[in-house]
Design a protein around this ligand. Structure first.
Ligand code: PNW
Length: 479
């Protein structure tokens, strides 16, 4: 990464790394924490690679000081973490607060600030309290108010120090992998219906939490609130084929548009998405499946103070034509687009992650042109290693070098207001259904011994060097 031109990045650019509670904390039932849907999902057999669980993970609940050393070693200006809802509120409601949990995040936040690191806190990163799942989870209407109470509790408790909040991480993944495909917790496989309902309640929950902050905390605390949206960048497989071009637009509408359109554009789902779903319902004799936003509730439109983007990869898209016309309801039938990986793209250590750094530049421009001129934080971007662990992870170094170069171009050549970049992830961790078989860290974690020793990868050293070079350059400019 040493060749990277850091002069493209603005002076106050946020250099960060990201983690998520369930993926690192462990202590799944320690000191009053209630179970989450990921505890349940992993404890049921046959869901996760080799039946691994996040029971211990990186044990960051007890080893936070080790993580803090990693943050300091990188010289980060920002650090993104998520709070475990059921560690704070064991049954998901404010009727019972777990003070040990409150203390844990107080320490994490205070330590970061003492080290001059700005925390960005995500309220929800896939780990719904099991007690709420038992009442219907994201499919229930009531969840939005319950989430608002949880958000209010966090703003009240931590908002004097936390100024950057995101409500929900990747509602798309949560809805689609958790409620359509059933490969993420809560493991619901109800194609073509539940993902839309869950996604809708997530948007309602986010909207209420943002309004809560806006009305009751913003004037006192002066922070900002958004939600983390993920999408692939997509291009038509055959740019000369009108059907492929339309399918690509649909692919983007059903991923980014699903959540970005209500919040940043119209207050409703993309028209092409609604039309396709309604047509599918008609063909197969179903009632309405994509809910409508009620006039009696605040609109999601305008409920974000910045754009938080998680980007990993790019796809070529072709029209599904008649291929999917018969058969049953499903998200993919509604979307009627097939996403493929260009064989010329290198693949990382996970099958879905083709390395396409310039896809990020194009996506940033697309967001800027289509959705918002608000500042954009890239809140996740990363690379998992191929094959056995190598501390000298040249492939990951190459990935970050190329990716940051593209971010630099988006800023300096395309005029996109990118405010920060958070590498996924600070350290190797529990990679959901892939367990510990997939490593995304800038620090290696030795999961084979109870010490869970953290060792910096070459990519970590090089990321630290980039941050330090940028800091030196901007300092010398101001004197
Ligand atoms: C994100 N997929 O999730 C999450 O925010 C992180 O918690 C996760 O560790 C990271 O990406 C790397 O996977 C995703 O299957 C999970 O396409 C799955 C997919 C994409 C993103």
């Amino acid at each position: 990464m040493s060749a990277l031109d850091v002069s493209a990045f603005p002076r106050d650019f946020a250099w960060g790394a990201a983690t998520a509670a369930y993926q690192i904390e462990g202590g799944w039932n320690m000191e009053g924490k209630g179970p989450s849907i990921w505890d349940t999902f992993c404890h049921a057999k046959g869901k996760v690679f080799e039946d691994q669980t996040g029971d211990v993970a990186c044990n960051s609940y007890q080893l936070w000081q080790e993580d803090l050393k990693c943050v300091q070693r990188l010289g980060l200006s920002h650090h993104r973490l998520s709070m475990s809802w059921s560690r704070l509120l064991p049954d998901g409601t404010t009727s019972h607060v777990n003070l040990k949990g409150v203390e844990y995040y107080n320490k994490v936040i205070d330590d970061l600030i003492a080290c001059n690191v700005t925390p960005m806190v995500t309220l929800y990163h896939f780990d719904l309290p099991q007690a709420l799942q038992d009442c219907g989870g994201w499919k229930s209407t009531e969840i939005a108010d319950i989430f608002e109470s949880y958000a209010r509790f966090c703003f009240q408790t931590y908002g004097d120090r936390v100024k950057l909040w995101t409500t929900l991480n990747e509602p798309y993944i949560c809805a689609k992998l958790g409620h359509e495909d059933g490969i993420f917790a809560p493991g619901i496989k109800e194609p073509g219906t539940s993902a839309y309902l869950a996604g809708h309640n997530m948007l309602r929950a986010h909207t209420k939490a943002w309004h809560c902050y806006n009305s009751h905390f913003r004037h006192l605390q002066g922070g900002k609130v958004s939600l983390n949206l993920n999408t692939d960048w997509a291009e038509p497989l055959d740019p000369g084929c009108l059907q492929d071009v339309a399918a690509t637009e649909r692919y983007m509408a059903f991923s980014l548009g699903w959540f970005a359109c209500p919040v940043f554009c119209t207050g409703d789902y993309p028209e092409s998405m609604r039309a396709k779903i309604e047509a599918g319902s008609l063909e197969l004799g179903y009632g309405p499946r994509l809910p409508r936003f009620s006039k009696d509730e605040p609109s999601p439109l305008g409920t974000a103070d910045f754009f938080a983007l998680n980007y990993y990869t790019t796809r070529k898209v072709k029209d599904l034509k008649g291929a999917c016309k018969s058969g049953e309801l499903s998200f993919i039938r509604d979307q009627s687009a097939e996403a493929v990986i260009d064989p010329s793209w290198p693949i990382s250590g996970v099958h879905w992650l083709a390395v396409v750094p310039d896809g990020l530049r194009k996506l940033l421009k697309h967001i800027n042109d289509t959705y918002t001129s608000l500042p954009i934080y890239i809140t996740e971007s990363g690379f998992s290693q191929i094959g056995p662990v190598q501390i000298e992870d040249d492939d990951r170094c190459h990935f970050y070098q190329k990716t940051l170069q593209e971010v630099g171009k988006a800023v300096s050549q395309d005029g996109v207001n990118v405010k920060g970049y958070f590498a996924w992830s600070l350290l190797d961790n529990f990679e959901w259904a892939d367990g510990f078989s997939v490593r995304f860290g800038l620090f290696h974690v030795d999961f084979s011994t109870p010490e869970l020793k953290r060792t910096i990868y070459r990519s970590g050293r090089e990321y630290a060097a980039v941050i330090s070079k940028h800091r030196t350059q901007t300092k010398s400019k101001t004197v």
